[in-house]
Structures are given as C-alpha cells and as structure tokens.
Design a protein around this ligand. Structure first.
Ligand SMILES: Nc1ncnc2c1ncn2[C@@H]1O[C@H](COP(=O)(O)OP(=O)(O)O)[C@@H](O)[C@H]1O
Ligand SMILES: [Mg+2]
Length: 309
C-alpha cells in the first residue's frame, strides 16, 4: 500500500485530506512554470497541450484529413466544429493514439503520439479523460460505479479513497444525491452530467468531449456547457470539445477551429468567428442550407444522368 495506508484505517478526516491532496498533486503535475504569465491564446510552443502539424489521414481510400494544423494551449477549452462526417471523432482517436496518421504528427504534452511505445502510450492515455459520443454510461452499473470505473481501472487507490473521490466528482456536477441510481433512471441531462463526472474522475490533464451536447434539451445543454468550462478551470486542465453544435459551444470556449473537407477552414475566438465575413464561416455558424457547402453531392451532369441527348 502506498502513502494512503492510513486511509484503510477509516480515519475520515485524513482520508478527505488525502483525497484533496491527490487533487493538488495531479494539478501540480499539469501546471508548467510560466503558464500563469501566458496571457495570449497562441503562446510559445511549450504552452501547447496539443500541437497538430500537417496531419493527413485516410480510412483506406477515403481521405479524412488533408494537412491539418492546430494547437490547443494548456488551460484552455477549445472547440473543433464540423459537420457530421467531417472527422471529429477520428481526430480524437488520432490524439488518443488509437489511429496513426498517414503523414504529419500529433504532439500531446510534448510527446509525438504515434512514436510512443505501448507502455508510454498507456501512460499518456492515463492522463486523458474521454467523454464518448452521447455519454456512453455502462447500463448495468450504478451512477457511483460508473464514475468509480476509471479510478478502479487506472489507479490502485483503496476503496475508501475511491468512494470519496467519486462523491467529490458527483458533487461537482450536482449529482451527489444520485449515486445509487441506475443509468436508465436518469434524464438525458443527468446521464450526460454523470458521463462528465466519469470523464474527469482521474483529474485528467486533457479531457476530450465527443459531441457532449447531442440530444439534450436547451437547459441541460446549457448546464453541460457551463460545467465543461467550470470543471476545466477548477482542475486547471485542458479541454477539447468536438461538436456540430455551434451556439452553445461558442459561449464557453476560448478558441474555435472549423473543420471541413479535411482542412481547418477557419479559426479564431468566438467573437472573431461571429464577426467573420467569410462565406463558409457565415454558412456554418448560421446553419444556412446554401453557401460554399453544396447541398448537392458531386455527380455526373444532370442531362447525362437522365440520358437526355
Ligand atoms: N473505422 C472506419 N472505417 C472507415 N470509415 C470510417 C471509420 N470511422 C469513420 N469513418 C468515416 O469517416 C468519416 C469521418 O467520421 P467521423 O470521424 O466519425 O466523423 P464525425 O465525428 O465528424 O461525424 C465518416 O464519413 C465516416 O463514415
Ligand atoms: Mg463523431
């Protein structure tokens, strides 16, 4: 047993202090000197949690990325916006090392992901939290056990400490009262908040949210968006939110990348994008059905297809 030996004796005050201490230790690890003075979004290289350079990726013949460059500085919440099928989930899989680029590189915390050996990749993944598309709670585990899951899988903390950490995370999302419930007893918004608590259970240095707003009513959507922001700042983490939902994400993120046709088509702060006069940005942000993004998929000329001479 580690320095947490006294926990097992059940001294509640010591346990709580250790749980809080664990928070601090993990936070200290993710902090870097000089960050506090880093005022601008795009700072020097060492300020970036993620740096993507010239990323190319295909599934077989199907090209998904055609030379993407983007940076996610430490401590920030960044949105990657794109339509369904633009490759947002694929991007998260590349960052997490489940897929390898065909060209270019992704650095996470200074390490080139596709060059890591299995052990180093596992170590890196332990520092990442992921909220799956649509939450993805384990339906046969209680709320408590869902949030405890990554702590049991990724740490060897004693049960008492896991208990306290789970309650802290659930308290942070306002659901400490729901520990005994099963996922099918939760509303959509509550389930998403539990998924959020699970994503941050290990105090990740980087949290990735895949479509965190999908299918939520407007109030729950707002709650989840605010929580992503608040949890990021409280844990001094870094967050990447991939979503097609423009309106909510623009309110809470520091910076936005717009992904389309395998490239970053536009980037900037929410204010910059909202003020943009680029036709693609206007079409995307205002959900206009016509514009540079064509309604018609590319096809043979109509006359030829209809065999009109
Ligand atoms: N494992 C896979 N094999 C082949 N094609 C895939 C695979 N996963 C996703 N795709 C395709 O790649 C494109 C991008 O997918 P995805 O990253 O899921 O997009 P998004 O998350 O932006 O909706 C889609 O056209 C999808 O059908
Ligand atoms: Mg997706």
């Amino acid at each position: 047993m580690r320095s947490t030996g006294q926990c097992a004796k059940g001294n509640r005050r010591i346990r709580l202090r250790l749980a809080a201490g664990l928070h601090c230790r993990i936070i200290q690890k993710t902090r870097r000197p000089g960050l506090d003075t880093e005022r601008k979004f795009m700072g020097n290289e060492s300020a970036s949690m993620i740096e993507i350079e010239d990323l190319h990726f295909s599934y077989g013949e199907k090209k998904i990325f055609n030379g993407i460059n983007l940076k996610i500085p430490r401590g920030k919440v960044v949105a990657v916006l794109g339509m369904g099928g633009s490759g947002k989930s694929t991007l998260l899989r590349l960052i997490g090392g489940q897929l390898r680029p065909n060209q270019g590189r992704i650095r996470v915390n200074g390490q080139v992901v596709h060059q890591l050996d299995d052990r180093s990749l596992y170590e890196l993944r332990r520092k990442m939290g992921l909220m799956f598309q649509a939450g993805g709670l384990f339906s046969d585990l209680s709320v408590f056990e869902n949030v405890a899951f990554p702590l049991r899988e990724l740490t060897d903390l004693p049960n008492e400490m896991i208990h306290d950490l789970v309650l802290m995370k659930l308290h942070a999302v306002g659901l400490r009262g729901a520990t005994e419930l099963m996922p099918n007893e939760l509303s959509g918004g509550m389930a998403r908040r539990v998924a959020l608590a699970r994503a941050i259970a290990i105090d990740p240095m980087l949290t990735m949210y895949d479509e965190p707003f999908a299918g939520l009513d407007p109030i729950s959507l707002n709650v989840v968006a605010q929580l992503i922001r608040r949890l990021n700042d409280a844990l001094q983490g870094t967050s990447i939110v991939v979503t097609y939902d423009v309106s909510e994400s623009l309110k809470v993120v520091d910076y936005v990348y717009l992904l389309h046709d395998g490239l970053v088509q536009a980037e900037g702060t929410s204010e910059e994008l909202l003020a943009s006069e680029e036709p693609f940005v206007i079409q995307f942000l205002h959900a206009q059905p016509t514009g540079p993004v064509a309604f018609h998929m590319q096809a043979e000329p109509y006359r030829e297809d209809m065999e009109i001479p």
